[in-house]
Design a protein around this ligand. Structure first.
Ligand code: NAD
Length: 341
């Protein structure tokens, strides 16, 4: 069993911990929090040993009735690999601690590519991560873009990509962020950082991205256009998506045309925390015009799509599974997800 510690038990960390616990070949040896919170109660409830950043805060945890196993240093020492899911920028500071302990660590999309030197997506570059000490999972938007670009690049070749990201304003529990009543250019300059981030995994792709933020909390919506190298048909493109284990198709017959309806759907399907781990590509939007021009809308659940990528990255770095598809299938099966559509 691979011993996994999750440093930073927040939006991403708590999902990664549950996904690790669901796998047959890995276990959660600890999760960390900085202060007393509802998530700390949940960690206790789930049976994950809870470690805290500063033992001086232990009396507050004791007073709240939350069991503390020790400090973060103790947690890091017993782990084979650490998933660092602390807020953006904190992981970069933690890197020297992992280095001094000789531990492997996975960083998240809030860190710069240079922190790990390798950015990861299971379908695109699993083998590059085999045996590595540090890897970074690209952000939620970039993961969603890479899945669909890589799939079409393999099948038809991709000449160029132009994409607009309509981004959620905040995560559902994030009461301090907005906007509440605005559409914010993010950034107003072009390109947004997402295109360059795609290049950290797929360096040969010609891509320009634009982004704005809107007042919603569940999912980003992408409007994507690609020029393909080979002629394709709508049916052939849909077949590529149907065959992809992390691309789901939001079927026309569901009547779903929004993030809100998609959320209801994942909830009704019984997905934990309503998580949509796969890209949600809207069937009706999939179009191939003039032979080589591909268009689609896709929904990307910001809290969820990077979670299975973390699990595959653990296996690659620990060198326990060398074949990407074998790991992807193991991860998906253990999570109990069959791509929608
Ligand atoms: P979050 O704020 O929800 O959770 C971070 C957790 O880290 C919190 O539990 C906090 O208590 C803990 N923490 C804070 N400082 C710490 C420290 N110094 N040491 C240990 N723990 C500390 O953040 P998040 O949204 O889960 O983001 C984590 C990472 O994942 C970031 O790099 C982010 O960019 C990336 N990411 C976030 C999303 C998203 O939509 N939320 C999507 C993809 C990637």
């Amino acid at each position: 069993m691979i011993k996994v510690a999750v440093n930073g038990y927040g939006t991403i960390g708590k999902r990664v911990a549950d996904a690790v616990a669901a796998q047959p070949d890995m276990e959660v040896v600890g999760v960390s929090k900085t202060s007393v919170s509802a998530e700390a109660y949940v960690a206790n409830e789930r049976g994950y040993p809870l470690y805290i950043a500063d033992l001086a805060n232990k009396p507050a945890f004791d007073a709240a009735g939350i069991k503390v196993a020790g400090d973060v240093d103790a947690m890091l020492k017993i782990a084979d690999i650490i998933v660092d899911a602390t807020p953006g920028g904190v992981g970069a500071k933690n890197k020297s601690i992992y280095e001094s302990l000789g531990k492997k660590a996975i960083f998240q999309g809030g860190e710069k590519h240079e922190v790990a030197g390798l950015s990861f997506n299971a379908h695109a570059n699993y083998k590059d991560a085999i045996g590595k000490q540090f890897t970074r999972i690209v952000s939620c938007n970039t993961t969603g873009l890479i899945r669909v670009i890589h799939a079409l690049d393999q099948a038809f070749g991709v000449e160029r990509v132009r994409a607009v990201m309509i981004r959620r304003g905040a995560d559902p529990s994030d009461v301090k962020r907005g906007p509440v009543d605005a559409i914010v250019l993010n950034p107003a300059t072009i390109p947004s950082h997402h295109g360059p981030d795609v290049l950290t995994v797929l360096p040969h792709i010609n891509i320009v991205t634009l982004a704005m933020i809107v007042p919603t909390t569940f999912m980003h919506m992408h409007s994507i256009q690609m020029d393909l190298k080979k002629e394709a048909t709508r049916e052939a493109v849909l077949k590529v998506f149907e065959d992809h284990s992390r691309i789901g198709i939001v079927r026309k017959d569901t009547g779903i045309k929004s993030n809100a309806q998609l959320r209801e759907y994942t909830q009704d399907l019984g997905r934990p925390r309503t998580d949509l781990w796969e890209n949600g590509i809207f069937e009706e939007s999939v179009s191939v015009l003039n032979g080589k021009e591909f268009y689609c809308f896709q929904a990307i659940h910001q809290e969820a799509d990077v979670v299975p990528e973390n699990i595959d990255c653990i296996r690659a770095m620990m060198e326990t599974v060398k074949d990407p598809e074998e790991s992807i299938q193991m991860t998906n099966k253990a999570l109990g997800f069959v791509a929608i559509g």
